[in-house]
Design a protein around this ligand. Structure first.
Ligand SMILES: [Zn+2]
Length: 312
């Protein structure tokens, strides 16, 4: 069950970059080994508890993960076999996220970081938001074709006036980045005074993750995922970026039955593959499923606004 699929091992190779520096959340330079996956080590910070990939994979290795096959035709536990097939599921999930966001901030400009094919921005636009996106992957071509204003590749090179954005979103993105605190700090800089940051990340502190210990299936994503956030370490990450959490809760992740049984085939071996055949025979593969509690949803605002409200 722990065997990494052959194609994935070949694709990743074993080159890693030796990057100096400490825990991406608290800076602590001590680390405890958790497990090895995909020729990479997952470590835990003894000070704040953040788990992260160490050393950080080389740019070449990361480029191999995010090549054209990431969103279409990927095999194994990294990337997507059919990202476009999940679009209806994503639309439903993004509408739910926006329902919550629109209670907290007036509609204005939204910057979606790692917007991929632009699905979230397409939903936001129909609800009256001015949609801006950044993404470094080839998926950005599709966002451009859909008429989304692409303003850069990452939040750091985004051509956006500081203080001009009501909403910055990172949907399943912060777990992919090397320095989530720096990304959130930059998001904070772009926010208008009433602006908010909304994110989802996988919940690495879930009951399943805790019970499975270092055998947790989430570690199979090492390389693609560089950070494994618990509720506590996510809160610390926001705090380190000068953001105060207004909302933090477990949230469902929407996908299709076909996607789920495909992953089951990967993680569960023969019983999973039998499920997979059943789903394709019954034609239920396209059914949208909300998988409860796999993600954390969080909304943050600038800490000093809170402080000035208290003073007033
Ligand atoms: Zn730490």
């Amino acid at each position: 069950m722990d065997r990494v699929p052959e194609v994935q091992t070949r694709a990743l190779g074993s080159s890693v970059a030796l990057t100096l520096g400490g825990c991406p959340v608290c800076g602590c330079e001590r680390r405890l080994r958790v497990t090895e996956r995909n020729h990479l080590s997952v470590v835990r910070c003894p000070q704040c508890g953040q788990r992260y990939v160490w050393p950080v994979p080389s740019p070449e290795m990361l480029a191999r993960i995010y090549d054209r096959s990431y969103y279409q035709g990927a095999e194994g536990s990294l990337g997507f076999k059919d990202y476009a097939g999940l679009a209806p599921a994503r639309h439903r999930m993004f509408a739910r996220h926006l329902d919550q966001i629109e209670r907290l901030v007036p509609r204005g400009r939204v910057l979606d970081v790692g917007c991929a094919t632009g699905d979230f921005l397409a939903v936001a636009r129909t609800r009256g938001w001015e949609a801006l996106g950044v993404d470094p992957s080839p998926a950005r071509e599709q966002a451009l074709a859909a008429g989304i204003a692409m303003v850069g590749q990452t939040i750091h090179d985004a051509q956006v006036e500081p203080g001009s954005v009501e909403l910055v979103t990172f949907w399943d993105v912060l777990e992919h980045v090397q320095n989530p605190v720096a990304d959130l700090r930059r998001a904070r800089e772009l926010l208008s005074p009433q602006g908010i940051v909304a994110i989802t990340v996988p919940d690495s502190g879930s009951a399943v993750a805790r019970l499975s210990g270092n055998r947790w299936f989430g570690y199979k994503t090492a390389g693609e995922h560089l950070q494994f956030f618990s509720a506590a370490t996510l809160r610390k990450t926001f705090g380190a970026a000068g953001l105060e959490l207004m909302v933090q809760r477990p949230v469902a992740w929407s996908c299709t039955l076909g996607f789920l049984v495909d992953r089951a085939g990967l993680y569960l071996g023969p019983p999973g593959r039998a499920l997979n055949r059943l789903a394709s025979r019954t034609g239920l593969g396209g059914l949208i499923v909300d998988v409860p509690q796999v993600n954390q949803f969080a909304i943050g605002r600038r800490t000093e606004r809170w402080a000035s409200n208290v003073a007033a």
